[in-house]
Design a protein around this ligand. Structure first.
Ligand SMILES: Cc1ncc(COP(=O)(O)O)c(C=O)c1O
Length: 446
């Protein structure tokens, strides 16, 4: 147990710290003491079922002894050397990443986070193509550093604007609220025609890369319709534009495949990784590039490097984490549990009128809540402040009271548990959600 009481930890943090992405007064954090598997415990001893793997990152679950041992052993041997001195864990990690990544994505560059992975992916794309612009989508998040937050489409970029130059944006393949196909019986992929229009108006010869979250994470678990990714790949090839897949959140088994692109057999030119790479045991990010891009840098200078790049202890944690996915068959398990999850989410949608839609792929799931199923009016507005959350705030409070930890964002909430979750544990969380949805049902106008 901690030396400080819960109240003291919260007081000191509030008095001397600043919280992320928030007006300080609105934050009501939990003080957490320890964690194991799919659970964590507060300093007061209350147990929570972690239904969001924290920030969709603790994919293998908390406290895995194999990763802790790898960290311990590497720390005792060598904690740090500069990145031009290489180490065994680094070498093994590069090799493992090449083995699990699709197609010609064989060479990796190591960073500290997802944001930095995207920063470097864009820099590499610009250097390799000698073009400037990056085409991104509105419903996206790519990180908080200057470049990555400008590449982001959603409101978190507003505070950093005008941001870096050369970012252009297009709409997403979001069928539930799509202006092109929402009223149609099936998606007509008009969103891809729109992307092509943007490419032409921007000047294809000025666009270095299209950067997408393969399956959009925080902005709504938006799963591209079949045909979208292959279509985007074709568009990129047609105009000589690189395709960058941000798999920071959707990678490492989250969707029931190693990487979300694997669902559609599409190989991007560059793929960015973090989160599940070490399951957040230590900070680490990576960029995978294809052979052609790697070849470009054989003679051309790669303008980048980080003091903590390829940190030996983080690399050891990543190697051990990837082995856990393999040894425990966690990718297959996520796929299997994902089938149960999708079925149960659909059942909850059928019994709760406040659920407009449920979307999931593997253990990457979300409930989208509405005031009215016909109009699809969101239960809390886009970019809702804490004061505007209404019944969504009550829903969040119910989860907290009942020991369920997940992210409630505007009119959505997430189901992204660690991939090691058992069916029984999954049902334990869904049973709390079932009861919580009675609160939001009361706010529905029919
Ligand atoms: C899709 C995606 N890309 C990039 C990032 C940024 O990663 P990091 O917070 O490690 O910088 C995130 C973080 O949530 C993310 O979800």
């Amino acid at each position: 147990m901690s030396d400080l009481s819960s109240a003291e930890i919260l007081r000191l943090t509030r008095e001397y710290g600043l919280y992320e992405w928030a007006a300080q007064k609105a934050v009501k954090p939990l003080s957490v003491d320890h964690a194991q598997g799919v659970y964590f415990w507060t300093t007061d001893g209350k147990r929570f079922l972690d239904f969001n793997s924290q920030l969709m990152c603790v994919n293998i679950g908390h406290g895995d002894e194999r990763v802790l041992t790898a960290i311990r052993e590497q720390s005792e041997k060598l904690t740090y050397v500069m990145p031009h001195l290489v180490t065994e864990p680094r070498a093994r990690l590069h090799q493992l990443l090449a083995e699990v990544s699709p197609g010609a994505l064989k060479r990796s560059f190591l960073t500290l986070s997802g944001a930095e992975a995207n920063e470097h992916a864009v820099r590499i794309a610009r250097l390799a193509t000698r073009r400037q612009k990056i085409l991104v989508r509105y419903r996206s998040y790519h990180g908080a550093t200057a470049g990555a937050v400008s590449l982001t489409g959603e409101p978190r970029r507003w505070g950093a604007e005008p941001g870096i130059p050369g970012v252009v944006r297009a709409m997403d393949p979001y069928r539930y609220r799509c202006r092109w196909c929402q009223e149609q019986p099936a998606c007509n992929l008009d969103c891809l025609n729109h992307v092509e229009d943007v490419i032409q108006f921007e000047g294809a010869h000025t666009i270095a890369a299209v950067l997408i979250e393969t399956v959009t994470g925080t902005n709504g678990i938006i799963i591209p319709p079949d045909g979208y990714l292959p279509g985007l790949r074709t568009l990129c090839d047609k105009y000589g534009i690189l395709l960058i897949a941000d798999e920071v959140m959707s990678g490492f088994g989250r969707t029931g495949e190693w990487f979300a692109v694997d669902h559609w057999d599409v190989v991007p030119d560059i793929m960015t990784l973090a989160k599940g790479l070490t399951s957040a045991y230590l900070p680490l990010g990576a960029i995978m590039v294809n052979d052609e891009i790697a070849a470009h840098f054989e003679d051309n200078f790669l303008y980048s490097g980080l003091t903590y790049g390829a940190h030996p202890v983080s690399c050891a944690a990543a190697v051990a984490t990837i082995k856990v996915y393999q040894e425990d068959g966690l990718i297959e398990h996520a796929r299997k549990m994902g089938t149960v999850l999708a079925r149960e989410m659909e059942r909850l949608r059928n019994t709760h009128p406040s659920v407009g839609e449920t979307r999931s792929i593997g253990l990457f799931g979300l409930f989208e809540l509405v005031k009215n199923r016909q109009t699809r009016e969101p239960l809390a507005p886009f970019n809702a402040t804490a004061a505007e959350m209404g019944p969504m705030a009550q829903l969040g409070a119910f989860f907290r009271e009942n020991g369920l930890f997940t992210l409630v964002r505007w009119n959505t909430f997430f189901v992204n548990p660690p991939l090691c979750i058992s069916e029984e544990q999954l049902r334990e969380g869904l049973a709390i959600i079932d009861r919580a949805l009675d609160i939001t049902d009361a706010a529905v106008s029919v």
